[in-house]
Design a protein around this ligand. Structure first.
Ligand code: NDP
Length: 333
């Protein structure tokens, strides 16, 4: 790829017209790329819950049409006007609105802002980076947040909800590797062996979580990483031990939060919001370096499947139906 303007690249585009919103594979000229100072040849992207929403035409993710979805990408720099990167540099981009406000990773080329990029931490591979992706990066941010709030293995069990999903699977593996006793909550009992193989000490069903009957339930969790939201998050907060912390990552089960102030004012429970999209650069780099160091390669491989770009529309339906286990890497380049 030389960057000449008469070259074309393949993209999965979301288009909107009188017939509605749909996904189309298109060959686009370089002139179709958005503004940005850095041109990247995309090698891999990944599939996250948010990508499932975007590719299925659900409202609230894509801010305009036509748009290339894909909130993650890894690739090689072709050119960089700011001088921050050299041609051939291996870079990761997650969040910052790609695949939402500006074109994302489901295309052979991306034009982005140089300050959004993180170097691929050596000796990791591009495929490793997208096995992690936004979901794994978010799990790392959640673990860091618990540690920042003094949640240590001696404070008791840590609960991971939506455990067989992308955020959940990486969270289980990271916590277990850091010495925590992990209880994984899943709606898929068939995934119990998988979750134990990632390091979960206990696997419980969604329905086994203590129902929220009172503002304060029996104290159980030293910390919580939640990607479900709704009553699950509220129940987890009510069962968190005194001075424990809860990292709220997602809304796979609902965006409401039917709780009370009692866990906060009577037990000092801390509720921490996790936002991977706008995470500041120093925190991003620290998180990627820690992932490269501490996320066991064997567990990451066990939770990852690889698919071509053509499979994304079908996979989007599956992730929204809660049928995707772990992480999905998308081959682009
Ligand atoms: P996945 O679909 O891979 O995982 C979600 C998991 O949640 C499912 O696998 C399932 O786990 C569980 N789940 C799904 N539906 C329900 C339901 N109705 N009730 C209870 N549990 C349910 O998605 P991701 O891991 O990519 O994302 C998880 C959540 O985190 C999403 O809401 C996503 O938007 C959010 N997120 C937020 C980020 C941030 O920056 N804050 C970044 C990345 C993701 P199981 O089968 O084990 O029960």
């Amino acid at each position: 790829m030389t960057g000449e303007t008469n070259e074309f690249f393949r993209a999965l585009r979301m288009v909107k017209d009188e017939a509605g919103i749909r996904a189309e594979f298109q060959d686009l000229p370089l002139s179709a790329l958005p503004e940005g100072d850095t041109l990247v040849q995309v090698q891999y992207s990944s599939l996250n819950y948010k990508d499932g929403l975007a590719v299925s035409g659900k409202p609230g993710v894509l801010r305009g049409y036509p748009m290339t979805p894909g909130i993650d990408l890894v690739g090689k720099v072709i050119s960089c006007e700011s001088g921050q990167w050299q041609p051939g540099d291996a870079v990761i981009l997650t969040g910052w609105g790609i695949g939402e406000r500006t074109d994302g990773g489901y295309a052979g080329l991306a034009r982005v802002r140089s300050e959004w990029l993180v170097p691929l931490p050596p000796p990791s591979t591009p495929q490793w980076a997208m096995s992690v992706g936004t979901a794994g990066f978010t799990a790392m941010l959640a673990v860091l947040a618990l540690e920042d709030h003094c949640v240590t293995p001696d404070r008791g069990e840590v609960l991971v909800t939506g455990a067989a999903g992308g955020v959940g699977s990486v969270a289980v593996a990271l916590l277990a590797a850091a010495g925590f006793t992990v209880t994984a909550s899943t709606g898929r009992p068939a995934e119990a062996d998988y979750l134990r193989s990632l390091g979960a000490a206990n696997v419980i069903g969604r329905e086994d979580l203590p129902a929220l009957k009172r503002p304060l339930e029996k104290e159980r969790w030293g910390g919580v990483i939640d990607s479900v939201g709704g009553a699950t998050l509220a129940g987890a907060i009510a069962s968190t031990r005194t001075h424990g912390a809860v990292a709220a990552c997602g809304l796979a089960g609902g965006s409401d939060l039917p709780t009370s102030v009692f866990p906060f004012i009577l037990r000092g429970v801390m509720l921490i919001g996790i936002d991977s999209v706008t995470c500041p650069m120093h925190r991003r780099q620290a998180a990627w370096e820690r992932l490269a160091r501490d996320l066991p390669a064997e567990q990451l491989q066990a939770m990852t499947q690889i698919h071509p770009l053509e499979d994304v529309p079908a996979l989007a339906q599956q992730i929204l139906a809660g049928q995707v286990r772990g992480r999905v890497v998308i081959e682009v380049g």
